[in-house]
Write a protein that binds this ligand. Structure first.
Ligand code: FMN
Length: 263
């Protein structure tokens, strides 16, 4: 018999929960967005939801720049959709208001950057979920960090200090439905209970095998076997993971005041 509190009933209720379904259906559209426009009131709802995310000390240490021009989107992040939201870690507002009140308020350190990034990413992911709940798909991209990043400051007229573009979120409708939902590692090594536990050799083998399973869709979709690799992760470690030049990024962190050193 199914009672209101039986596992079966709970499971059913869980399945019917729209928020859970929305989150389970999250997926990335890798740039192939159609020309369909997002209704303005829905865009406003997405932004309203984004700013409901938790934030440290009530500072909302971010700014969200909405971009509608597709060419500017392309220049900024290498992708375009109906709308681009650039989420910036930003302490400018709280600093300017402090000055207005005659206070000195500065944030220039890496801890502020970490806290600001946390505020910013929570707002961004909340926007992504809100969008999906309205049938709008998305693409997170750090394309804004590729190439000469100073263009992002130029195009968006960002403040020179205390503001750093963290992540871009392209919104729109897919031109073609993606063929599958990408999988995730979900077991040991991802979720830990009570204390951290590193993977055993057997568990590491299981992870390697999970990435190799075509049905799991954990890989980046390359023909790694065709390239003579035994495992997908062989391809990932040898072909995909390049040592990036992080110097320009760190220089901008310094210039904006989030890393110590001359501005
Ligand atoms: C920080 C970050 C940067 C990303 N940058 C790109 C990107 O530049 N191009 C792209 O196609 N996807 C990008 N993605 C999307 C991931 O490729 C995608 O989330 C991942 O493959 C899982 O697919 P799914 O979101 O459809 O489940 C990015 C995601 C994150 C979180």
């Amino acid at each position: 018999m199914t009672t209101a509190f039986s596992d079966e009933a709970m499971e059913k209720e869980y399945e019917m929960n729209e928020t859970i379904q929305t989150i389970r259906n999250l997926r990335t559209v890798h740039g192939d967005f159609s020309d369909r426009s997002i209704p303005e009131e829905q865009l406003q709802t997405i932004l309203d939801c984004a700013i409901r995310a938790a934030n440290a000390s009530g500072r909302q240490s971010y700014s969200i720049i909405e971009v509608t021009d597709r060419e500017r989107m392309q220049e900024l992040c290498g992708y375009q959709g109906d709308r681009l939201l650039v989420f910036c870690v930003d302490f400018t507002r709280i600093i300017d208001v402090a000055a207005q009140l005659g206070h000195e308020y500065s944030i220039s350190d890496v801890v502020s950057f970490v806290t600001g990034s946390t505020d910013t990413i929570l707002a961004a992911q909340t926007a992504c979920i809100a969008a999906k709940s309205l049938g709008i798909d998305s693409l997170f991209t750090n394309g804004i960090h590729r190439g000469d990043m100073s263009r992002v400051w130029d195009i968006l007229a960002l403040p020179e200090e205390n503001c750093f573009p963290l992540i871009a979120l392209v919104l729109g409708y897919p031109r073609v439905e993606p063929a599958f939902l990408k999988g995730r590692l979900s077991g040991v090594g991802v979720i830990h209970h009570e204390t951290y536990r590193r993977l055993s050799e057997d568990e590491r083998e299981a992870v390697i095998a999970e990435y190799d399973e075509p049905e799991r869709h954990l890989s980046l979709g390359v023909d790694w076997a065709g390239q003579g690799m035994e495992h997908y992760l062989d391809w990932f470690y040898t072909k995909w993971s390049r040592k990036a030049d992080t110097a320009p990024f760190c220089e901008l962190l310094r210039r904006t005041g989030f890393l110590p050193g001359a501005r």
